[in-house]
Design a protein around this ligand. Structure first.
Ligand code: MG
Ligand code: MG
Length: 258
């Protein structure tokens, strides 16, 4: 089902989006060499509950996972790109960390992911990969407006990723969002312009380009959740929730904290 939000629901979506973005912003600021992924999860839990929000993850039990996720944030290090289950691991200098967070606030969900490098060293390949996903995300958002089709967004995202030299996986991509975290339409990270659902004001989409340095193939970790690159190469992921407006698109998951 594709949901079109009312103006009142859109206001709540903006609050949910700002909350997600502010939590990610705060967590990024706390992540240093030695930070444990389980501490990041606890910090996320506290901020979600203090805001009166509901985690979209803790009870999440889709067909592709192993039982309820049981944690409040996805933490992917280096070769872990999607659904990274927090584990007892202390971040090292130069680690590429992806934080992916979705919460529901007063019945409306928002979803965002950021990738960044921990510590002082800045491996060039990792910097380039993060930059490619951020540029692809901006291209997808720029293509989003009433009358555009999902294929236009997919094409814009996929073109940036492909031109940057990354193979694109189309199993997991963006999605509609609203009263629940994952809704139709699916937004693959590669597609043909002019195809697919036509965007309308009030539609919320989570766009999420992600790449792996040298493969498009994933392997599931022994934890039953974390998806890693099959070659062990590094990965990156950037995601925003956007609202289609009458003029274009508004990004809902930008931090409002200084
Ligand atoms: Mg996400
Ligand atoms: Mg998402």
């Amino acid at each position: 089902m594709i949901e079109i939000l009312s103006p009142a629901e859109l206001l709540r979506a903006k609050e949910a989006g700002a909350l997600v973005a502010n939590i990610l912003h705060t967590l990024k600021g706390r992540c240093t060499v030695g930070t444990n992924l389980l501490d990041i999860d606890q910090w996320a839990k506290v901020m979600i509950l203090e805001a009166g929000a509901v985690s979209c993850y803790v009870d999440y039990a889709p067909s592709f996972g192993r039982g309820p996720f049981g944690h409040y944030i996805c933490t992917g290090v280096n070769d872990a790109v999607l659904h990274g289950l927090p584990r007892d691991y202390a971040l090292a200098d130069g680690d590429l960390l992806t934080l992916d967070l979705a919460v529901s606030l007063r019945g409306v969900a928002a979803d965002s992911a950021i990738s960044f490098i921990v510590g002082e060293s800045k491996p060039a390949q990792s910097v380039a990969m993060i930059d490619a996903t951020e540029r692809a995300l901006r291209a997808g958002i720029a293509a989003a407006r009433p009358g555009a089709r999902i294929g236009d967004l997919s094409y814009a995202i996929g073109s940036v990723l492909s031109e940057a030299g990354y193979p694109v996986n189309t199993e997991f991509g963006g999605h509609g969002i609203g009263s629940t975290m994952h809704q139709d339409p699916h937004v693959p990270n590669m597609g043909r312009p002019g195809r697919g659902y036509k965007l309308r004001p009030g539609l919320l989409l989570a766009l999420e380009p992600w790449v792996m340095a040298n493969t498009a193939e994933l392997v599931t970790d022994a934890d039953g959740w974390t998806l890693r690159s099959v070659t062990g190469c590094r990965t990156a992921h950037s995601e925003h929730t956007i609202a289609i407006t009458k003029d274009g698109a508004e990004i809902l998951t930008l931090p409002t904290l200084p």
